[in-house]
Design a protein around this ligand. Sequence first.
Ligand code: NAP
Ligand code: ZN
Ligand code: ZN
Length: 365
Amino acid sequence: MAPTAAEQHTRKAVGLAARDASGHLSPLAITRSTGDDDVVIKILYCGICHSDLHSIKNDWKNAKYPMVPGHEITGEVNEVGKNVTKFKTGDRVGVGCMVNSCQSCESCNKGFENLCLGIIPTYNLVDLDGTITYGGYSSMVVVHERFVVRFPDTIPLEKGAPLLCAGITVYSPMKYHGLNIPGMHLGVLGLGGLGHVAVKFGKAFGMKVTVISSSPGKKQEALERLGADAFIVGKNDEEMKAAMSTMDGIINTVSANIPMAPLLGLLKPNGKMIMVGLPEKPMEIPPFALVATNKTLAGSLIGGMRDTQEMLDLAAKHNVTADIEVIGAEYVNTAMERLAKADVRYRFVIDIGNTLDKAAATTTE
Ligand code: NAP
Ligand code: ZN
Ligand code: ZN
């Protein structure tokens, strides 16, 4: 029997979904609908961002279950819609935190789709057609071509996957807040997925980079492997005191609520702290910590599509990739437990292409 029109426009896939706030992930059969502007991507790798963990646990009180997380996606184009001009079958591509936006507002027109009020995040949002978006812990994704980036040949798909969220999230504020100037002193608060990429971009820009961490055990590799110039333990009063008023800017990637005043004290007068971390509870900021020496506290959400492509091309030029632990799909729940304890150097990446089908076939709920 010939397929119906609806069948022609849907593709079957499998994902790993959380069903409730326990966050436990297990296989789920899903469908993806395709359109004329869409790129159908066979997913090969997907990074595990801490936002995935916040989301499946409903930390931000906006979870829609079943939820298939994942927004650090790399893979290969399988098929393109008839209006697609930028990509063809077989291309190496990436997808980050959004799969669509209104494409016509001021933000979109300026290339800041990430700031569009009509942004469609890669997962956990009701899409225009009424379905919930499902992310990259899945075998396939269908994305409007504007939201697909070309993956540089020199970056391996697994080591590059985390750049699609972690990379752009730190690159964009460094660019727009002037924290990319050689010789400047950058603080990177929290050495996790985002933080370790921030260190690498800071060094690629020729900056002095200091890591501020809660994990003394990360010191040696921060200095030796990641190339940081200095390492401070946030709870070590002496180290913190010695670094007071020395930093031009801090990228704050910490996923938990921690006291802010001592950290703002690390900034020089007129210094800036950019929040990218998204702890669950409101932050307490003593006004004097900002006002006394003209400090700025700002926020930043991922980055636009043009900047994402620019970031990837720059990463290729400077050899910036993520330090990763590749895992099979069957390990994902253990990986989440480890991520909650900051026990990963520095990003888990799921080998979707080689392991998801098998995990889906053998796992029972
Ligand atoms: P991650 O890999 O878990 O890294 C977070 C780091 O924060 C940890 O490695 C740890 O570094 C530090 N940390 C965690 N708990 C802490 C605690 N109780 N006290 C002090 N430090 C603590 O997470 P990620 O994927 O980099 O994401 C970081 C945050 O950014 C998350 O909240 C995520 O949702 C958010 N995010 C935001 C955007 C955006 O667009 N703004 C995009 C992506 C992610 P140390 O061991 O060095 O202390
Ligand atoms: Zn993310
Ligand atoms: Zn828009």
